[in-house]
Write a new protein. Structure first.
Length: 199
């Protein structure tokens, strides 16, 4: 630093970043969004959103998938590199498999979510997704919130935090503790079933 240099940020109070945002789709929003995605101009938007909701995968993980990464017999998709630098396997549910069968490419090297204009590249989905949210009357919602939707649905159905972390590919449990409050009712049912008759 030059002598006498004064940092322009000196004296400015540092703001804490809030990473605890949990916005997820309620059932009505989900139905509206998927209905709009089904008839979207880009024919693969429905599959992309459906996979994001049911696998909890990040947008980049999904867009990097090639047809060779899918194993329909095992009902899996192989993510070669996740955000934490490791490979992971996504589980594909029946509605996802049905949609994959409908649009499947015979060229294994092609991207699953290829651009219509440039088949050798993954689609840029931001505008299509924003448009679908607007048409479905869903406000304050980002693509990443589909990941929160997956985790929230799992928590509400009684999945443990460990199961949620495994599904989302989190290495640290701290990242999934934000969903703990959503699983209170399932914990209550479990405790009542196991211990409810103890006197």
């Amino acid at each position: 630093m030059p002598r006498g240099f004064v940092a322009p940020t000196r004296g400015v109070e540092r703001q804490e970043v809030n990473n605890a945002r949990v916005r997820f789709l309620d059932s009505s929003e989900r139905e509206r969004l998927l209905a709009v995605c089904r008839v979207a101009k880009w024919s693969r938007l429905y599959l992309l959103v459906l996979m994001a909701i049911t696998t909890g995968a990040r947008r980049g993980e999904l867009l990097a998938l090639r047809w060779a990464d899918l194993n329909l017999e095992r009902r899996t998709a192989y993510v070669r590199t996740s955000k934490n630098g490791e490979a992971r396997t996504l589980v594909l549910v029946a509605p996802v498999l049905a949609e994959i069968e409908r649009i499947r490419s015979r060229r294994p090297e092609n991207f699953v979510f290829a651009s219509d204009a440039r088949p050798g590249r993954a689609m840029r989905v931001e505008a299509a997704f924003r448009r679908a949210c607007a048409e479905a009357r869903i406000e304050n919602f980002r693509f990443h919130d589909l990941r929160h939707t997956c985790a929230s649905y799992l928590a509400q159905q009684g999945a443990s935090l460990l199961e949620i972390a495994d599904t989302l590919g989190h290495k640290q449990m701290q990242m999934v503790k934000r969903y703990a409050h959503l699983s209170v009712e399932s914990k209550q049912r479990l405790a009542e079933r196991v211990f409810g008759e103890i006197e």
